[in-house]
Design a protein around this ligand. Structure first.
Ligand code: ADP
Length: 424
């Protein structure tokens, strides 16, 4: 297998977002959890997104992990690697965007790297090197108060220069608008001056397409899902990849019992659970019993009696008042962690009982479940709802398995039945 595109994402949900974007643009895409082992058997794919958790760790560690991911991707034939960062450029003066970019640039001996977090469909645009979040510059957006990476400067050339060993230039919108040749000429000028990275403006999708065309002939780029979209479109329009109608093969039926787990307490999930009550049996866990009894065993006994009759739902989700009561009694983090681990216990038991179709609501809850099931990666399939695709496990010891992992507010009111409808 020769990858048309390799990607390294600095967090799991950003990786899923990118993998979903690439799939919608026609690339068969696998998202791996961490750097895959050498013996991981992958299906025929065009792109692999290696998910790391490197956004807010110590910069040296982020560099080491990103380098290992790059080495794996290059060994699978990826001539271009996209380092996927947050579309709000989450970072500090210590990194990790600059140090990782510098290391990957050294490794592939690239003269100049294209950098843009623009993703117009989600309101992230870059103009004169300044990042806008919706209508306001980054430093006036809620990101100014981010607990880990407060962003106080919207000028990305300055932000990146503070964390990189290279000087950072700008390719402005006027140049991008003139097309790929104009961008290439500008990059050559910057590279000739020894400038190793360039922020590129992008305000519309067509700008991303121009950037994708140029980036594809380089070895490395840095950006969010928007530049991924540009790269994917360039690969399809140039015929290097034959567009695969949005991952239909990923959703091939696996059969057997199906189950849903809900750990998200978002308004959307509570509504989706209420609607699911009409379609399937629902067990509401008692969060206080999680600390005193074996609530997972009770839930599994309940589930095993019903699995052969059709799908079911097990939920810890509760109203804000009930959540606050549990948190004040056990502490917020301890309560969250204990409930996530109980959901992971239940997921493990369900899979041992033959469940190979699993829907999980809740970002942290999904992470705990995937880690426990030790699933090395996913082939991304059709979208159930915006941003939530069907996932086919790759290299799972349980064999063929379909999952849907939804973070809190995603999905329509009938999300659980919508998901099961696409997971046969
Ligand atoms: P979301 O995607 O909506 O943020 P997450 O799964 O990421 O959902 O986060 C929900 C958090 O709430 C998890 O840590 C989960 O364990 C915790 N939680 C779930 N149910 C309850 C409950 N009844 N009381 C307190 N915490 C809960």
């Amino acid at each position: 297998m020769t990858l048309a595109l390799g990607c390294i994402a600095d967090d799991y949900t950003g990786a899923s977002d990118l993998a979903n974007t690439l799939t919608r643009a026609g690339l068969r895409t696998v998202q791996t959890i961490g750097v895959p082992s050498d013996d991981l058997a992958l299906p025929e794919v065009d792109a692999v997104v290696v998910s790391l958790k490197s956004r807010s760790i110590e910069a040296g560690l982020a560099v080491t992990r990103s380098r290992a991911a790059e080495k794996w991707l290059r060994s699978r034939g990826a001539s271009h690697v996209l380092f996927k960062i947050c579309s709000t450029f989450d970072s500090t003066d210590a990194g990790n965007i600059g140090p990782v970019m510098d290391a990957l640039r050294d490794d592939c001996s690239e003269a100049i790297v294209l950098v843009t977090p623009a993703f117009p469909e989600t309101g992230r645009t870059v103009y004169q090197g300044n990042l806008f979040v919706g209508a306001v510059p980054l430093n006036e957006s809620p990101l100014k108060d981010h607990p880990l990476n407060p962003m106080h400067d919207s000028n990305l050339a300055r932000v990146l220069a503070r964390q990189s060993s290279t000087n950072v230039g700008l390719v402005d919108l006027a140049t991008v608008t003139r097309g790929a040749e104009a961008v290439r000429a500008r990059l050559s000028d910057l590279a000739a001056k020894g400038i190793g990275a360039a922020i590129i403006d992008a305000v519309f999708d067509r700008d991303l397409e121009t950037i994708g065309l140029v980036a594809g002939s380089h070895r490395l780029s840095v950006g969010a899902s928007g530049i991924g979209l540009g790269l994917a479109r360039a690969l399809v329009s140039s015929g290097k990849v034959t567009s695969n109608a949005s991952g239909a093969d990923a959703g091939a039926p696996v059969g057997g019992p199906a189950a849903c787990l809900a750990g998200s307490c978002s308004q959307a999930t509570l509504q989706q659970m209420a609607n699911a009550e009409r379609a399937m049996p629902v067990l509401h866990l008692d969060p206080t019993r999680i600390f005193t009894d074996n609530e997972a065993q009770r839930a599994l006994a309940w589930a095993r009696q019903r699995l052969s009759d059709g799908p079911l739902l097990i939920a810890s989700s509760a109203t804000p008042e009930a959540v606050a009561a549990v948190q004040s009694r056990y502490g917020r983090d301890a309560a969250g962690h204990a409930i996530e681990q109980t959901m992971a216990d239940i997921a493990e038991g369900l899979v041992q009982s033959g469940v190979h179709r699993l829907v999980v609501a809740g970002g942290e809850t999904s992470g705990a479940v995937v880690d426990r099931l030790k699933i090395p990666g996913f082939l991304v399939g059709a979208e159930i709802a915006a941003g939530v695709p069907v996932l086919r496990a790759v290299g799972a010891k349980e064999g063929a398995m379909l999952l849907a992992l939804k973070s809190g507010n995603f999905g329509g009111p009938e999300f659980f039945t919508d998901a099961l409808g696409l997971m046969r």
